[in-house]
Design a protein around this ligand. Structure first.
Ligand SMILES: Nc1ncnc2c1ncn2[C@@H]1O[C@H](COP(=O)(O)OP(=O)(O)OP(=O)(O)O)[C@@H](O)[C@H]1O
Length: 225
């Protein structure tokens, strides 16, 4: 099967003083229906990798292919289109529309990805995330963990081919981390979708189909038992 994403010899350098090169000849393949975990110590480039994979950051060298399109050469319109249906993000900092309720934040996610707005689907997602009682609340009235779950719900409803999730279990207790993992697993089980998640928690990472350690600008596959 054709990969959804394929990175070849990617180099990303920040021209700070001194320059930092978190990705240094990194290659990676994201096949369909696969959950991939990327782990590594803080500051080694995990978020940079997700940003490059999703076309948010342009690397200095190498290619990043989403299906047939090289994101390093793509136009802004192509990238915009890919973000609508192809590649979705769960950012490390949970961004929500502050003037919209929890329900409306999810509704907007469906609209933005061109999906039909079905009230029951939104309530089903709120229920799965333990947020049914918070449907009419603004993000400012939610706890950090509730915000994190709402952001995840938005990503799950958007139906992208690939979801890039940066530390999706930050602010969550062990039980919710487990449930979030199951929701992400369910996402992978539908229509060939895949998830790449970044986490510093190795035991959490070990539950993925493939686990990579980011070190020295490259990925090393970890053997999970
Ligand atoms: N815009 C930037 N300019 C200069 N250096 C940057 C920039 N963004 C990131 N870096 C550096 O690149 C390196 C990788 O950062 P990145 O955020 O990708 O690491 P990370 O592994 O995700 O860290 P954490 O686990 O702490 O979130 C760090 O040394 C960071 O300081």
């Amino acid at each position: 099967m054709e990969p959804l994403l394929e990175l070849s010899d990617v180099v990303k350098e920040f021209s700070s003083r001194p320059p930092v090169r978190p990705l240094d000849g990194l290659s990676m393949v994201v096949p369909p229906s696969t959950m991939i975990a990327v782990t590594g110590v803080s500051g080694k480039g995990k978020s940079t990798l997700l940003n490059v994979m999703g076309g948010l950051l342009r690397p200095e060298a190498g290619s990043v292919r989403y299906r047939k399109i090289d994101l390093t050469q793509a136009t802004a319109a192509q990238i915009d289109d890919i973000h609508r249906r192809g590649i979705g993000f769960v950012f490390q900092t949970p961004y929500l529309f502050q003037a919209l309720t929890a329900y409306e934040n999810l509704e907007l996610a469906l609209r933005a990805s061109g999906e039909k707005v079905v009230r029951d689907r939104i309530f089903e997602m709120l229920e799965k995330l333990g947020l049914s009682e918070r449907a009419e609340h603004l993000p400012s009235a939610l706890s950090a963990g509730q915000k994190r779950r709402l952001v995840l719900g938005r990503a799950l409803l958007s139906h992208h081919d690939v979801l890039l999730a940066d530390e999706p279990t930050n602010d969550l207790d062990a039980e919710w981390s487990e449930r979030v993992f199951e929701l992400l697993r369910g996402f992978c089980a539908t229509e060939g979708r895949s998830v790449v998640l970044v986490t510093h928690d190795r035991s959490y990472a070990a539950q993925a189909d493939k686990v990579y350690l980011l070190e020295g600008g490259k990925l090393r596959e970890e053997v999970t038992l």
